[in-house]
Design a protein around this ligand. Sequence first.
Ligand SMILES: [Zn+2]
Length: 469
Amino acid sequence: MLKIFNTLTKKKEKFDFLFTEQINIYVCGVTVYDLCHIGHARTFIMFDIIIRYLKNLGYKTYYVRNITDIDDKIIYKSKQKKESISFFSKRMIKLMNEDFLCLNLLRPNKEPRVTECISDIIFIIKILLKKNHAYISDNGDILFSICRYKNYGSLSHKINNCCFYENKNINNLSSIYTKDFVLWKRSIDPNEPFWPSPWGSGRPGWHIECSAIINKFFKGKVNIHGGGVDLLFPHHENELAQLKSFKNDFIVQFWMHSGMVIINNNKMSKSLSNTISIRYLLKKYDSEVIRYYFLSTHYRHPLYFLEKNLCLSKNILEKIYMSLLNCITNFHVKTNYKIKLRNIFRNKFYDAMNDDFNTPKACLILQKLSRYINKIKKNNIYLANILATDLVKLGNILGLLNYIPKDFLFKNKNISFSQINIIEILVKLRNSYRINKQWNLADIARKKLLTLGVIVEDNLNNSTYRFIN
Ligand SMILES: [Zn+2]
């Protein structure tokens, strides 16, 4: 049974919906004012895996992720680049899509841009005004009234200071931070984008866009709402306040937050200029290596980014692929041959994933299975093929092991395809010498392969090869 940690209740809770039910998933997307960084990579890889896993369990998923394409930072950056705002944001969206494609992220079912949802935003603000949850401020902006929403702080577990006198058990008032926030910004600069509204021309605030998009695509219910933990307060707190004030019976069942990325003991942030772009990493590492690296830390924990650990992930993945070398990875098996052994690995993998997506543990199971294949490959290729097929299936759930093993190994060892051909010809040649008992020639071929970093291993009818670490 899958259990997920819910930020709202601070507990792991059972995720026991009917198989036929569609799982509505919303993840806050990117504000497109710069290249996407490894913080984005971590969050979106994690939710990619959550969706892949839910699909694997038999759920139907409906995944929406917004794109913030209007915002102060976008306006500032486009001016800096001397590009129009819409040209600039479209260019950044294109770069984002390229990065996400390289990371092998599943496309959301819907990926609305904020500028396409202005009428949905105006609709929700109208209702909030009507219900007195919002008001027009002196400068013409429309603000959300936090005091009017009595559960403010229930998600981030911060307390609403407007209402603190109603709560007698507050010890630490100094840590409380709340203020009314903008739903609609009145237009001041005619050179900046604006849209007409019943309250004059202007543009939406940031928090309202997600609530409006959630309402547009999900109608009253979200099963999983996700994002980076840096969005928990105030963004998600405000999103929830807006949704509940708009429609009291609106349900968000699970709030999930991925941990921060820490670089040199600092939270990664633009202001510290210690960001690392996805593009930079992709130039140096394969996307599966990057994915494996992020999966090695549990998604709720902070991730202390160290590039040398990416090399470690690369080595582990290489070893896993090496164990698959010379095995059939789409082996069709109908018998119950060694079913107990197969189930041990399988069940451990699912137990790990069912425990709030414990991917570090799941990755260890993949490693164990791969070591086991290595152990038995020489004597029982039939079982090795079966287990290799299982290993690839489990890896695929995490978005890993999509390569043909030798393609991955060559790609990551910078070996060209002409070299692959030479290696394969030499292995075949050596094998024919061996069959014809031309031992001297077979030995010359073996030595030549060694100089290419390849070790040949013989079994009864065939020879397999692997790379020296
Ligand atoms: Zn959001």
